[in-house]
Structures are given as C-alpha cells and as structure tokens.
Design a protein around this ligand. Structure first.
Ligand code: FES
Length: 108
C-alpha cells in the first residue's frame, strides 16, 4: 500500500513586504519558518531553527545563498538546507511559489 501525503499550499507573505537580505519569520501550521528574499529576487523558505542549538535563522546574516546563524555563526545553504563544513547538519527547506505579489509555501 502506498503512502499518501497531503500537500497544502499556504499563503505566507507578500513579495513586496520582504526586504532583500533580511529574514522574515512566519508561523504556519505550528511551524516557525524563515523567509529570505535573495539579491536575484528569489525567495527561499527554511525552518527557523538552527540544527546546532536552535538559533533563530531569520535573524541571521545573509550572504548570497547562505545564512549565518546569529548564535554561533554556522553557515547554512538556503537552497538545500545543508550546513556547510566544518559543521554538519541540515535544515528543512520548503518549496516556494510566487503568484503575482503573494508568496506561498508548501507544507505536507
Ligand atoms: S545555534 Fe546556530 S550555530 Fe549554534
């Protein structure tokens, strides 16, 4: 028997309300998610919790496709959630869709 998963697309923000390089925290379905608008206008969504000791990634410094955790400076790739060496770990990422000025993320 195959496993059935339900994907919900949820409206989380307006594109025009997001500032480039500044994280925005949103609460969706009991999860805290960090949104980031990159220099190229692409928006990324990752769990707002560092895999090290739970630092709020939405408050981190953004550099290109990476965010640096504000607590102990771990470097995390916003595309795939991978913590960069020498540290190890992964942050959950969420698929983002844009329709006009609205940002949606998919949660299952
Ligand atoms: S909690 Fe993020 S680097 Fe320590």
């Amino acid at each position: 028997m195959s496993k059935v998963s339900t994907i919900n697309r949820i409206k989380v923000a307006k594109v025009s309300d997001l500032a480039v390089g500044v994280g925005q925290r949103v609460n969706i379905a009991g999860k805290e998610i960090a949104l980031f608008k990159q220099n190229d206008g692409i928006i990324k969504a990752i769990l707002n919790r560092c895999p090290h000791k739970g630092g709020p990634l939405s408050e981190g410094i953004v550099s290109g496709e990476h965010v640096f955790c504000p607590l102990h400076d771990w470097k995390i790739n916003m595309n795939d959630g991978q913590v960069q060496a020498p540290d190890i770990g992964c942050v959950k990422t969420y698929h983002v869709e844009i329709m006009k000025d609205t940002v949606f993320i998919e949660i299952n």
